[in-house]
Design a protein around this ligand. Sequence first.
Ligand code: F0G
Length: 359
Amino acid sequence: FNKLRGRGVWRYKELIAGKYKNIVSINEGNTPLIRSSNINDNLYFKFEGLNPTGSFKDRGMTVAVSSAVSLNYKTVIAASTGNTAASAAAYAARAGIKSFIVLPKGKVALGKLAQSILYGSVILEVDGSFDVAMDAVMRLYKDLKVVYPLNSFNPWRLEGQKTIAFEIAEELGVPDNVIIPVGNAGNIYAIWKGFNELVKTGVINTIPRMIGIQAEGASPIATAIIKGKDSPDFVENPDTVATAIRIGKPVNWQKAMKAIRESNGTAIVVSDSEILDAQKTLARKEGIGAEPASAAALAGYIKAINEKVVDKDEKTVLILTGHSLKDPDSMTKAEAKRILVNPLHMEKIILGEINGSNS
Ligand code: F0G
């Protein structure tokens, strides 16, 4: 059944631009849209953490690496805060080609770094932020024609990522709002593009408001939107606990601002403590583990409700971009009871916990 149509991302082959001689796939996409059970009935989580390498990047990488292979490239490169790297490494491995990834040293979550090591990338570390790594890749690929760039200025990445919109529309119809964490700013544009293409082909007749979330210490785009400016002031030393979106000079800022403005959307800035609280809320109220950048979407939603930017009766989808396992350090920041016990005498402690007399 349905064999010819493929699965996940490639199910929408006819809607993905470009021609591919070879398709490099690890069955990405087709992620669950999970309805909130304890936060709000009208809230849905698109859990991109369940992609093959644990983030939405796999949707873009399957298309971009297929393009690289179809163009006979043997080497790929990507700058990354971690997830693009893990994904590029996996898809390059699958394709049997070499990958170089450029990382901001000491600023990449452990799970992501470990993935890149496991998949066998050559890891190049720079002293400085993601922006330094990104500049280096932009400069390099123009001179060194033998390497194919896999960052989101590569349009094929966004072709793959727009399938997030297709899956949401297919399963839920058109929500009122889609809330997305914004870093290098490709994904918000890709999802907007996906909804727009469905309007053009007559599948749907309206699109959701695109709401972009950035962290306080790395919010050039959100700040520009909030202040009504034409272009962002770049941030020299971006900083946030959400290392995935620790970006001061987003390459796709123009595209992101267009998506937000043309969809009648908005942007919201959240603090690190709001992000970590949201990560905990998501885990403890919904049983969903997301990395901090993804939890920023929930932090943004909570703020949007409080500030009456979004109504709680509106159908809203949060894009949970990456899995919590990516960033073990962030998970251990949540407070927990850890009690050293004598294995033969745990009853008293357990009964105390149940009756609330231990605290
Ligand atoms: N959420 C996660 C988990 C991410 O890894 C990223 C980007 C974003 C959100 C933001 O998406 O850049 O399209 O606006 N991570 C990139 C990386 C920068 O290198 O992995 P964006």
